[in-house]
Design a binder for this molecule. Structure first.
Ligand code: GAR
Length: 196
């Protein structure tokens, strides 16, 4: 059974769908939910599900990313994780943290990568006049929102959509895609999947 640490910064809706999916014959179980933000709403949801939680606040490490990443690694280590899932974790991770986990760390990003790396993906897709958007689960490398793609889900962009309306439509697909990819990944299957 693989052990999964999930890193969050906010509400943790993707974390919840991952945790709730890891039951029965699923080849993984959650071992930790960690946030860089003590106020993250997802922490209470994890506790309510009996998952150990940890907080590593990035703010005291301002300007010293390696020290923050060392603290992250130290907080994760006692939990014996085999896989890390970034689920709305809004800190950029550098090679020092990522390299030892390469091939064992996943991220979900709210765009159809390689389009729209970084922030404000929905506003940028609308602004560009795209007629579809979506989300991507990929392996994490030291390059931002890069790395082998493991799954994508597509949604239409409707005339007059606001970024918030589009984000809600994409988030629904994130909740289907991430658990589907994790289940296959934990079983050793890295064949990309497409939903929608
Ligand atoms: C999700 O839409 C996720 O794709 C995005 O943050 C949201 C977190 O929501 N991640 C990124 O933008 C990473 N760069 P959640 O806390 O409800 O899962």
């Amino acid at each position: 059974m693989k052990r999964v640490a999930i890193l969050i910064s906010g509400g943790g809706s993707n974390m919840v769908t991952l945790v709730d999916s890891m039951t029965g014959d699923h080849p993984a179980r959650p071992c930790l939910v960690l946030s860089n933000n003590a106020e993250a709403g997802g922490l209470a949801k994890a506790r309510a599900r009996g998952i150990p939680t940890a907080v590593v606040d990035h703010r005291p490490y301002k300007g010293d990313r390696p020290a923050f990443e060392n603290a992250l690694a130290a907080a994760i280590a006692p939990h014996g994780a085999d896989i890390i899932c970034l689920a709305g974790f809004m800190r950029v991770l550098t090679a020092g943290f990522v390299t030892p986990w390469q091939g064992q760390m996943l991220n979900i990003h709210p765009s159809l990568l390689p389009k729209y790396r970084g922030l404000n993906t929905h506003a940028r897709a609308i602004e560009a006049g795209d007629n579809e958007a979506g989300c991507t689960v990929h392996e994490v490398t030291a390059e931002l929102d890069d790395g082998p793609i493991l799954g994508q889900a597509r949604v239409p962009i409707h005339e007059g959509d606001s970024p918030e309306q589009l984000a809600a439509r994409v988030l629904k697909q994130e909740h289907a895609l991430y658990p589907a990819v994790l289940k296959r990944f934990a079983a050793g299957d890295r064949t990309p999947i497409t939903l929608g």
